[in-house]
Design a protein around this ligand. Structure first.
Ligand code: GDP
Ligand code: MG
Length: 141
């Protein structure tokens, strides 16, 4: 499998729970490297643009409100099959359906406050990394 990069967001619920480090440790333990990272506050316009693909969904307004409710920790992660690996570590969107030992099973409270975002494909990963990290801010090591 190829070395990939993916965009991870530790969402406001998990940041508020003070578990940034515990979640990052899961990525690192699985062999993913943090190649860019920032704690930031999304504006409403940022959140609407980031989640534009979901703009027609009934939960869009709630999703945007939630994503701007507090700071988020955004990271670009790099490693073998990073996109799928991150999705596996995250678990299902609904934490009630997430496998035991996944980030969402262990740290998420509900389908909207579900602790983490992860890119779902190479195309979205590229767009999402560029959204938060202009190329100059991503470091290979
Ligand atoms: P993800 O890729 O697993 O994050 O899931 P999606 O891309 O399908 O949805 C994006 C985000 O929208 C999810 O992580 C949830 O925070 C939220 N979301 C998705 N489906 C629902 C839903 O049915 N109800 C609510 N309230 N939020 C949802
Ligand atoms: Mg998604």
């Amino acid at each position: 499998m190829a070395i990939e990069r993916t965009l991870s967001i530790i969402k406001p619920d998990a940041v508020a729970k003070n578990v940034i480090g515990q979640i990052v440790t899961r990525f690192e333990s699985a062999g993913l490297k943090v190649v860019a990272a920032r704690l930031t506050q999304l504006s409403r316009a940022d959140a609407e643009r980031f989640y534009a693909v979901h703009s027609a969904r009934p939960f869009f307004k709630d999703l945007v409100e939630f994503m701007i409710s507090g700071p988020v920790f955004v990271q670009a992660l790099e490693g073998e099959g990073a996109i799928l690996k991150n999705r596996d570590l995250m678990g299902a969107t609904d934490p009630k359906k997430a496998d035991k030992g996944t980030i969402r099973a262990d740290f998420a409270d509900s389908i909207d406050a579900n602790a983490v975002h992860g890119s779902d494909a190479p195309e979205t990963a590229a767009v999402e990394i560029a959204f938060f990290f202009p190329e100059i801010n991503v470091y290979s090591r």
